[in-house]
Design a protein around this ligand. Structure first.
Ligand code: GDP
Length: 370
């Protein structure tokens, strides 16, 4: 499963958030397939469509799909110099599919700011810089190694791939040297394949989390720190999600009704973790399809662009191996017509084959040979 790694400087609220994630997940359900790793927290992906399908079909059981967050341990500062725990920090980031960068945006004189700086003031931009700089330096090192290999081949042998790679390296290097992430570079279609092959840290999709004070989370747009984080995120085409880790910790153990009540009281319509999960899901290019029978209605996560047999394989490898076709209706059609039978009578039930690209919101029934 694709996972998003939570990073941030010490004392910005990562553990508080991660604990809330772990607790919220543990409360919600028992996931037989969840990763058993103390650094991975599994949460349900909130999806109103699943609730609506359940209302229509009235199955015995409804199972949401899940999403995994990874807690990235290790020391940030000096990581790119390759010292012990710092190395581990970079290695851990290399393994995740997206980065969730938690930034302190709350004032609290009881919570020290870890950074050894001139001021003790909260300074989200400096904090972001500190982490990003380590990632940028690590990427510069990777790039320089690639230069050493590819430069000569490109010049002397005029190898086409090497020439293209060199062009990409030439594009990335000045950006990194200017202290900016490689994700800010605009690449051509043919360059993207090369970019992926470089496995850089600063090309991974990112989202910023502004961790605001529990007193301000109901009206976050008035917080200067939030504005700063948003503006920076925009330079990387990244989203900003506002949460208060402390609030998340407080509501993690509540049941759904109590949670809703608590959130309403502080002026929120959904929990920060729910919001974060949905944005991370989108960031990773994930979609949801459903299976819907009388016994069970269930949501499944897929990577957008996947074809029907691959989607079937998410449920069971036998479904993929023996795939014949997928009986398909869209969520919108089910809601409009009210039942599978009515969808069929309206001529909207489709039989899709091996080449069908599964769409977000599809309700699928796989036919396969055993
Ligand atoms: P980490 O080092 O990034 O994992 O940070 P922690 O989660 O351990 O948080 C550091 C300190 O900040 C703890 O004392 C938290 O209780 C506090 N803290 C975290 N989030 C919030 C918040 O939203 N509001 C306030 N006031 N304090 C917070």
């Amino acid at each position: 499963a694709l996972t998003a790694g939570i990073v941030g400087l010490p004392n910005v609220g990562k553990s508080t958030l991660f604990n809330a994630i772990t607790q919220a997940g543990a409360e919600a359900a028992n996931y037989p397939f969840a990763t058993i790793d103390p650094n991975v927290g599994t949460v349900e992906v909130p999806d109103k469509r699943l609730d609506n399908i359940t209302d229509l079909i009235k199955p015995k059981k409804t199972i949401p799909t899940t999403f995994e967050f990874t807690d990235i341990a290790g020391i940030v500062k000096g990581a790119s110099k390759g010292e012990g725990l710092g190395n581990k920090f970079l290695a851990n980031i290399r393994e995740v599919d997206a980065i969730i960068h938690v930034v302190r945006a709350f004032e609290d004189e009881n919570v020290m700011r870890e950074q050894n700086r001139e001021s003790d003031f909260v300074d989200p931009l400096a904090d972001i810089d500190t982490i990003n700089l380590e990632l940028i330096l690590a990427d510069l090192e990777s790039i320089n190694k690639r230069y050493a290999r590819v430069e000569k081949i490109a010049r002397t042998q005029k190898d086409k791939d090497a020439v293209l790679e060199l062009k990409v390296l030439d594009k990335i290097k000045p950006t990194l040297e200017a202290g900016k992430s490689a994700r800010t570079v605009a690449f051509e279609e043919d360059e993207l394949k090369v970019v992926r092959s470089l496995f850089l840290l600063t090309t991974k999709p990112v989202l910023y989390v502004a961790n605001v004070s529990e007193d301000e989370v109901g009206d976050p747009e008035s917080i200067t720190y939030v504005k700063q984080i948003r503006e920076f995120a925009a330079t990387e085409n990244a989203d900003t999600v506002i949460i208060s880790a402390r609030v998340e910790e407080e509501i993690a153990e509540l049941d759904d009704d109590e949670k809703a009540e608590f959130l309403e009281a502080i002026g929120l319509s959904e929990s920060g973790i729910d919001k974060l999960t949905q944005v991370a899901y989108r960031l990773l290019g994930l979609g949801t399809y459903f299976t819907a029978g009388e016994k069970e209605v269930r949501a499944w996560t897929f990577k957008r662009g996947i074809k029907a047999p691959g989607a079937a394989g998410i449920i069971h490898s036998d479904f993929e191996k023996g795939f014949i076709r997928a009986v398909t209706m869209s969520y919108d059609d089910l809601v409009q017509y009210g039942s599978e039978k009515a969808v069929k009578e309206a001529g909207r039930l489709r039989e899709e084959g091996k080449e069908y690209i599964v769409q977000d919101g599809d309700i699928l029934e796989f036919r396969f040979n055993v």
